[in-house]
Design a protein around this ligand. Structure first.
Ligand code: ZN
Ligand code: ZN
Ligand code: ZN
Length: 379
């Protein structure tokens, strides 16, 4: 069990270590400057998340120099400093922040810029610089996909709090029959917030035929008797001085004895998911984990109904590397955190998915979600 014993001192230490790694990576790919703006790169590196507004916030990182955070004056009070990790250059409304960033990267020929930076920001920077720009993920993503102990503790805490809600669902504390999917999704969201999840990212509730639509938007359909209901939800857990870390879990429940071969379908899915979790360890390829579940499901002829990849990495972003999908030959590394979420969906009839987050270790994995995976009957 990963315990939550992190505070601002641990965050600060982690940020310095991450910055060291980023600078080493910049050196090895020949990157002169890095501009981090919107997205997860900046909060991962310094704990501060830019507001997604038209006023530019950008962290400029140059090799062997103290990074500088270019930020609107009015947002400067939001910034938590971590020793001399970075300095701040607040800009006034009458200044041009793009000029400030352009002069901070002066002399650079290769500049990495956050993938999530707005194109309008990139275009303005390009008009003021002769540098070649490329996605910062080339430097940050492989580093971000390996979670350090602080991040592992944050993800574990996010999962623990989210598990409380999943447990309430399978224990029958949430009423399904006679309520709309949207009402149930609202209740799930409220319960997540009550558990200290700061922001709910999504709450999918797909009942009856909607359970066969993996990314169903909960609607006005009223849940009836003897239906499968896929509940997939997650949010962000945050501490002061840190970015939010995401949770993501799926449990499928039924409202009474199911018609047809649903029970068989579910037990195949459950075994497939167990086998996939058991296959996780450092050194195994991402596509192997996908194949372990897919080929098992194929033995029963259901493979055509497993219509999505097995999983996605998770961290400050809900979906990030590594992706557990056919064709991804990359090897799992110690500290990779990702979902294992096979699903079987019979169009217009019913479907099921089981999802847990794991963190890879040398011998196997740490399972962050502990809620029972047996098929539970709820009202
Ligand atoms: Zn999804
Ligand atoms: Zn999910
Ligand atoms: Zn997921």
């Amino acid at each position: 069990m990963i315990e939550l014993s992190v505070g601002s001192e641990q965050f600060s230490k982690a940020y310095f270590l991450r910055l060291e790694k980023v600078m080493a990576q910049m050196e090895s790919v020949g990157c002169d400057s890095l501009i981090l703006s919107l997205g997860a790169d900046m909060p991962w590196l310094i704990g501060y998340q830019a507001m997604p507004l038209e006023r530019l916030t950008a962290l400029v990182v140059r090799r062997n120099e103290q990074p500088v955070l270019v930020i609107p004056v009015l947002e400067e009070p939001r910034v938590e400093r971590h020793g001399d990790l970075f300095r701040v250059r607040p800009w006034h409304e009458w200044e041009d922040p793009y000029e400030i960033v352009a002069s901070a990267i002066a002399g650079s020929s290769q500049v990495g810029i956050s993938d999530r930076t707005w194109s309008v920001s990139l275009l303005k920077l390009q008009s003021k610089s002769t540098a070649a720009f490329f996605p910062a993920s080339r430097i940050t993503m492989s580093l971000r996909s390996v979670k350090d102990s602080v991040e592992q503790a944050m993800l574990a805490e996010a999962a623990r709090r989210t598990d409380v809600v999943a447990q309430a669902i399978i224990d029958g504390e949430v009423r399904f029959v006679g309520r709309t999917e949207r009402e149930i999704a609202m209740e799930i969201s409220e319960r997540l917030l009550a558990e200290g999840i700061e922001k709910v990212n999504f709450a999918i509730v797909g009942a009856g035929p909607h359970s066969a639509s993996p990314h169903h938007e909960p609607g006005k359909r009223v849940v009836g008797q003897a239906e499968a209901v896929v509940c997939d939800f997650g949010g962000e857990f945050r501490l002061d001085g840190s970015a939010g870390y995401c949770s993501d879990i799926t449990r499928t429940v039924v409202t009474g004895e199911m018609p047809g071969r649903f029970a068989e379908l579910y037990s195949i899915l459950k075994t497939a998911q167990e086998r996939q979790v058991a296959a996780v360890r450092a050194g195994v390829s991402c596509e192997t984990i996908d194949d372990v579940g897919r080929s098992y499901i194929e033995e029963f002829g259901y493979d055509q109904y497993f219509i999505h990849r097995t999983g996605h990495g998770i961290g400050i972003e809900e979906h990030e590397e590594p992706y557990i999908v056919a064709g991804n030959t990359a090897q799992v590394e110690v500290g990779n955190a990702f979902s294992v979420e096979p699903g079987i969906y019979i169009p217009n009839l019913y479907g099921a998915r089981i999802e847990d987050i794991v963190i890879a270790t040398a011998e196997g994995c740490e399972l962050l979600n502990r809620v029972d995976r047996e098929l539970h009957v709820v009202d």
